[in-house]
Design a protein. Sequence first.
Lengths: 190, 53
Amino acid sequence: VTEAPQRTEEQRESTVVLAALLVPLVVGTAVAIALGVFARAHEPTGHAIDVPGFSSTLSTKTWLTTLAAVLAIVQVVTAAGMWGRLGLGDKTWTAPVHRWSGRLAVAATIPVVVHCVYAIGFESASARVLVHSLLGCFFFGAFVAKMLALPRGNLPGWALPVLGGLVTIGLIGLWLTSALWYFDTHGIGT
Amino acid sequence: VTRKTPYLTLAALAVLFAVMVAVEQAAASGDKGGDGHTSEYGHGAVVGTLAGS
């Protein structure tokens, strides 16, 4: 006799969860697709902005991406601390470090992605550049989805760690398919 | 930190994105008709082609 109302309550809860995640996921997906479509459709300019102190635009982008990847590791550690793992204490220092390392990480990637999209475009000449192009779109879509999900109070406990994990996976994947390749082919000192 | 903070973060990063797009556009248009290596753009940065950089 009590099963039917219980099932109805569970269905209502899962509907609320889906509704809370729907807007962030739809907007994040739209951002990822828009980025990819623009990068594919836009005529690449082929220009570089050589920044003093770096040997080339690729070098600049490599080091910015490396900075972002290091900050992504900080993100994982502080996120674990915020969820009571790793014995990092309370949120008094992990939460602000998590927020600011995330902001700086994404800020560091913006000059990189703008150059990738505007000057190079969405490429598929090899598996590496295809995966890199896809990950770039995925990373920014996942980041937007996480930002839009954060203020929502009715999310299930797994939602933010999963979204944050996807953002981190995207960023580390971007580093592996670009900066690591650059260091491997050009060396660290270039 | 408020519920608006993530939206403000997104807005600030969107502004940075727009600024960088403007920089790219200026870099691309600044080299029109040039040799791809000599156009100067802001803060001492030098515009060149990807092939030449």
